[in-house]
Design a protein. Structure first.
Length: 77
């Protein structure tokens, strides 16, 4: 994925997760992203979310099989 597309994807993920409504306790299921972040595939979105997790930007919840949930990390001002 070109660097410009990658940054655009990250920006769109962050914007979507920062929006109001649609999540349960600020957690977002992987499959929800594909309906709100186009034209990226679920595989591309998941890869970026995993990278963001390694960088400490989001946290993930793997407690349910086949249903990873993601949450933006709260940043103290």
């Amino acid at each position: 994925m070109p660097e410009e597309s990658k940054s655009s994807l990250r920006q769109r993920i962050t914007t979507y997760m920062s929006g109001v409504g649609g999540s349960l306790g600020n957690w977002f299921c992987t499959r929800w992203f594909r309906f709100h972040i186009e034209p990226f595939t679920t595989k591309q979105i998941r890869r970026e979310l995993e990278l963001m997790t390694r960088e400490g930007l989001v946290e993930s919840d793997h407690s349910q099989s086949n249903n990873t949930k993601w949450k933006l990390v709260e940043v103290a001002p």
